[in-house]
Unconditional design. Structure first.
Length: 296
């Protein structure tokens, strides 16, 4: 279900600052046409914390319809920090949602025993499979390969978005012996190629709003064992990702999407600010370089 490239969709805003649901639908279709294997709604890239409950519901409804029509999975980010509120949100997801992306409890730093108890409590009652979002530089909570392997054996926990800030020893250990039917997805855009080389099933990448087809090619190249092609393409895409994260995500991504006519404005909501013109120009230049076919 979670193989390939899944794009955590930005939330486009119209000139009045409202969510542009028509642009959500257009962008979702475009990304799937370009080779995305699925979409993620209401992730960090979608500025979920800045959306009202009604806006979040509208985005999920549109994304669910598009994914249902295309026959691809939709994963929905579910925010919260304790089981009761998270389970309430999980039970409120519409039909057709394939999985929920749930962050490791943040700020509280409950320890790994607490992380296990938290996800087991959710897994016991969730109506959809769970994908653990492991991002310790935001949550403050490290989770070991052993703990992820333990949680991954639960039939209602489908995978992990692994965003530890690089390729650490736990990533190597986890991918060396993953549980059956548990997908490890790259979540750090710049280092996704080496994670795929280690055996990741795919990735959830904000960068894949651009050069979506090339990110899909990267997954296919590593899967086919075409290391020369994969390394060359991986280096190109890493440089693109670095430019897209030169300012807080998703400001540069939105700037490039707007410049290409895919969303109506480059606007983000406070406390984020729109990307500077130089950052957008550099990212556009890298997009053009990635689009050029490699010689080998």
């Amino acid at each position: 279900m979670l193989n390939g490239i899944h794009v955590p969709l930005v939330t486009p805003f119209d000139p009045a600052g409202e969510v542009a649901l028509d642009a959500v639908e257009k962008l979702a279709g475009h990304l799937l046409d370009q080779g995305a294997a699925g979409l993620v709604a209401l992730g960090t890239t979608g500025e979920v914390a800045a959306l009202s409950a009604a806006e979040r519901a509208g985005v999920v409804e549109v994304c669910a319809r598009v994914c249902r029509e295309r026959g691809v999975p939709l994963t929905v980010g579910v925010t919260g920090n304790e089981p009761r509120s998270v389970l309430e949100a999980l039970r409120g997801l519409p039909d057709g949602v394939a999985a929920a992306l749930v962050t490791v409890p943040y700020f509280l730093r409950p320890g790994e025993r607490g992380v296990v108890a938290y996800f087991e409590a959710l897994a016991a009652e969730t109506p959809v499979p769970l994908v653990i979002y492991h991002i310790p530089y935001r949550t403050g909570q490290q989770v070991s390969a052993e703990t992820l392997r333990h949680l991954g054996r639960h039939p209602r926990i489908a995978g992990v978005k692994y965003a530890a800030g690089g390729i650490d020893q736990d990533a190597v250990d986890l991918l060396g012996d993953p549980p059956a039917d548990f997908d490890v997805l790259g979540g750090d855009d710049v280092v996704v190629s080496p994670l795929l080389a280690l055996g990741a099933a795919g990735a959830i990448l904000a960068s894949a709003h651009l050069a979506t087809d090339r990110f899909a090619e990267l997954v296919a190249a590593w899967r086919a064992g075409d290391t020369v092609r994969a390394r060359d393409l991986g280096h190109r895409l890493a440089r693109l990702s670095a430019t897209l994260f030169a300012e807080p995500n998703p400001a540069v991504v939105k700037g490039v999407l707007h410049a290409r006519g895919l969303i109506p404005t480059p606007d983000v909501r406070l406390p984020l600010l729109p990307a500077g013109a130089e950052s957008v120009a550099r990212a556009l230049s890298e997009c053009d370089l990635v689009a050029a076919r490699p010689d080998r």
